[in-house]
Ligand binder design. Sequence first.
Ligand SMILES: NC(=O)c1ccc[n+]([C@@H]2O[C@H](COP(=O)([O-])OP(=O)(O)OC[C@H]3O[C@@H](n4cnc5c(N)ncnc54)[C@H](O)[C@@H]3O)[C@@H](O)[C@H]2O)c1
Ligand SMILES: N[C@@H](CCC=O)C(=O)O
Length: 514
Amino acid sequence: MIPYKHEPFTDFSQEANYNAYVEALNKVEGYLGQDYPLIIGGERITTEDKIVSYNPAKKTEVIGRVSKASKDLAEKAMQAADETFKTWKKVDPAIRADVLFKAAAIIRRRKHEFSALLTKEAGKPWAEADADTAEAIDFMEYYGRQMLRIKNGQPVESRPGEYNRYDYIPLGIGIVISPWNFPFAIMAGTTVAALVTGNTVLLKPASTTPVIAYKFIEVLEEAGLPAGAVNFVPGSGAEVGDYLVDHPKTRFISFTGSRDVGLRINQRASVLNEGQIWIKRVIAEMGGKDTIVVDKEADLELAAQSIVKSAFGFSGQKCSACSRAVIVEDVYEQVVNRVEELTNALTVGDPTDYSNFMATVIDQAAFNKITEYIEIGKGEGRLVAGGTADDSVGYFVQPTVFADVEPSARIMKEEIFGPVVAIAKAKDFDHAIEIANDTEYGLTGAVITTNRMNLEKAREEFHVGNLYFNRGCTGAIVGYQPFGGFNMSGTDSKAGGPDYLQLHMQAKTTSEML
Ligand SMILES: NC(=O)c1ccc[n+]([C@@H]2O[C@H](COP(=O)([O-])OP(=O)(O)OC[C@H]3O[C@@H](n4cnc5c(N)ncnc54)[C@H](O)[C@@H]3O)[C@@H](O)[C@H]2O)c1
Ligand SMILES: N[C@@H](CCC=O)C(=O)O
């Protein structure tokens, strides 16, 4: 077994890579607008009712029409998952891991095609799409190896005449509910974590990005996953989502998405339904209001670059995005001015054009919400860049910076999930950390300083799940920076970390007298 190493990002300045991506975009263009069925117990089921996936950069262009699960079909999928669990849970964990390794190999061979689909379906610029696909591969390679590590449980002590073992066994049926912003990596990572640990899965992808999820299920099938181990049930969150969360056969829910939906799922999952004989487990990865703190002793160019890249990469639609910057007053004006310059230099346009750093936001609802926040921001701070938006062709919002924002302002507190960053001034480093911590979330944060004592202070005091020093606050790598947050950012789990798979299993102790 080759040791795990993360999938390298593609260098598009090399002509061969550039051309390969253009070719991949053409290939994806060739299959736009197709119909995709549900997959239940391996059976393709087509429904009249469809979820239509559109290109956010050309809002009338249809990426695909995906059949939509009703409650009856969700129930059928539940029965298929229940039946398949009886056999899948007994499959050797090493064979389950092999399915992941094979799937990773298939995706690696078709890497640019998957990324190009993300460019079309989610509006991801090339580098962002490439990183999303690389992360999907990483999850498979990493979780496969983690399963091999824990397949024989953990060592425990035995007294003379006694043989004790501590093994992990699967939980049962898992409902995987994934977001649109990492429509490949998070959808695939949460699905394979549940599968490799011996559970069966009902996957409900986000309604804006169901086509990439369908393509991934095809890969799992090609990699040898038995029918019924994963069931593809796109549908309305309120209808199918609630039905699956409430179902007495549901053993666990792996959710990634907004705070409000996560809380709703957590609440509903706590209710005991007729026939249910367990407490459902909820793994929830939720929102963020993430801060970059800039100290007075700092590389100010690095600070400005980190703020701009973390705030506007994929239009700020990352739970890890820098939506707040807190800058110590001694260097405040300098950093704000440089952030303004860098922001104004960003290129915004169709993501199929490699020269664009930033493209759209995901849909009309997101566009409306973000532009409302921009109006709120105009009353709460000084607009230094952006502030405009245009949804005539696609959902384009200019990268927007507000300075001189009070820590208590709404744009400093609420997750906007778009290309908007609010900047506040702090008296000193301690004050900056205090402002950064003044949020109900606790996902990512970064500190830019050359002061070692302040780094150590932040290590202790800055209460976030992923804290970065002298870099931006996005871009965690599977197996290197396990990812997940505190407080309203979720259940403190760490995707891509050494203890993540155990969340999908239960430990069994056996003790034999010799
Ligand atoms: N912490 C993390 O790792 C992480 C990663 C990515 C995104 N996010 C968060 O996700 C949010 C953006 O994603 P989104 O807009 O897709 O979030 P969302 O909460 O609107 O939707 C997430 C998923 O939940 C489903 N859903 C909606 N209502 C449901 C219900 N009642 N029952 C069951 N499922 C339901 C949606 O269809 C979708 O599949 C942001 O808040 C972002 O911070 C967090
Ligand atoms: N893991 C990603 C964020 C995922 C949420 O959107 C990052 O580290 O930037």
